[in-house]
Design a protein around this ligand. Structure first.
Ligand SMILES: [Zn+2]
Length: 385
């Protein structure tokens, strides 16, 4: 079969003859072989081209034993001529990403000696795995150089060297493969064995942006964006920056400082709230009947920090012999509570709260914690039983 994408990379519309059409086992798809195709299959970590055959959507394109199969929901009659259309926008996008990947991989290989050991290109993301670690400074250096190579608009050359020429050639992805090896060369930058479609000149890539780097199997995994994807990402991030800048009344290039300051302010305010809560709880404790007058000590307070509540329960349990509880919240949204006791079994109380008030709680004999939707009166009744 003719692989039309190797004859003309920009060809999106073609006619071909149906060689075979088989129903798949699930009965939902048909596997179609043509005598020629412009569809590039899923291969080498890259998703398949999208498009149509006789205006029917091509769901997937796979290669097996050098034959390219198209998967459709409807059958096509063998022997008939079909018209094919490849989604040119996605093809060009994939070419931008893939050629960009070669530049980054070539630069990393030449500068640091690491190999690209994993590549994934889909509509959602482009990832590159290297078998060595890269620092943020090194990544900046690579990104800068990669973009300079785009400005230089270097040719992306495709060649099919003989076995002898290959043996003498130094290139990435050098593995023993049967048949003709296809070499993609960006002069002075990269030489790599690759079967995928590429742009003709590096300028077509537009730009390369490394957006993420994380540790991966002793090396790193990079996320990159090329061409229109990089611009779309810039737009999305610009929208975020604008929104944050407006919300914080800060200049766009100073929003990081403004967010950090906001976080520090919040921490200081939280500390102040904690102090005030502790003071309030102390005051509320002082208004309770004296330990000589009652066994249980129960307080109802507005929503408060769990640590402050637990401290108060512990403080009460030192002085009161019965159950000591703090219920935080209100009757409308319910209460969270902690109950402790030095002499009584809080697990027994938990059972009563569950049965009588439908409380959700757990814990152990000296202390239980949970939540309940009930009125103050009903809760207090339980403690006066
Ligand atoms: Zn490649």
């Amino acid at each position: 079969m003719r692989k039309l994408f190797y004859e003309n990379i920009n060809l999106t519309d073609f006619t071909a003859t149906v060689v075979s059409c088989e129903a798949m086992e699930d009965g939902k798809q048909y596997r179609i072989l043509l005598d020629a195709t412009a569809f590039f299959p899923e291969e080498g970590g890259q998703s398949a081209d999208k498009g149509t055959l006789n205006e029917l959507p091509v769901l997937d394109v796979q290669i097996k034993d050098d034959l390219i199969y198209h998967y459709l929901e409807q059958p096509l009659e063998p022997g008939t001529t079909v018209t094919g259309h490849v989604d040119g926008e996605q093809r060009f996008d994939f070419m931008q990403q893939h050629s960009g990947e070669h530049i980054v991989s070539g630069l990393v290989h030449n500068r640091f000696g690491y190999n690209n050991v994993g590549f994934h290109l889909s509509n959602n993301e482009v990832t590159l795995d290297f078998n060595g670690e890269l620092t943020p400074e090194q990544l900046k250096e690579i990104e800068l150089k990669a973009n300079e190579i785009i400005y230089q608009n270097l040719p992306v050359e495709i060649s099919y060297p003989s076995k002898e020429e290959l043996a003498a050639l130094s290139y990435r992805s050098k593995i023993e493969i049967e048949g003709q090896v296809r070499i993609v060369t960006i002069p002075g930058v990269d030489v790599c064995a690759c079967c995928a479609p590429h742009v003709a000149h590096t300028g077509e890539i537009g730009m390369i942006k490394i957006t993420n780097c994380q540790s991966h199997r002793g090396g790193v995994r990079l996320n990159i964006l090329c061409g229109a994807r990089a611009l779309a990402d810039y737009n999305k991030k610009q929208d975020s920056v604008t929104a944050i800048s407006v919300a914080l009344s800060a200049k766009q290039d100073l929003i990081a400082d403004a967010v950090l300051k906001l976080k520090e302010d919040m921490l200081r305010q939280q500390e102040r709230i904690n102090t005030l809560q502790a003071q309030l709880l102390n005051f509320r404790v002082s208004t309770l009947p004296a330990p000589s007058e009652c066994e249980n000590a129960i307080l109802f307070v507005d929503k408060m920090d769990t640590i402050a509540i637990r401290n108060t329960v512990n403080q009460l349990a030192e002085n009161y012999t019965g159950y000591c509880g703090v219920f935080s919240g209100d009757e409308e949204t319910g209460y969270s509570f902690i109950v402790g006791s030095k002499s009584k079994d809080c697990k027994e109380l938990a059972q009563i709260l569950r049965t009588e008030l439908g409380a959700k709680c757990g814990g152990n004999t000296p202390m239980i914690q949970g939540s309940v939707n009930a009125t103050q009166n009903k809760i207090q009744t339980i403690f006066s039983l």
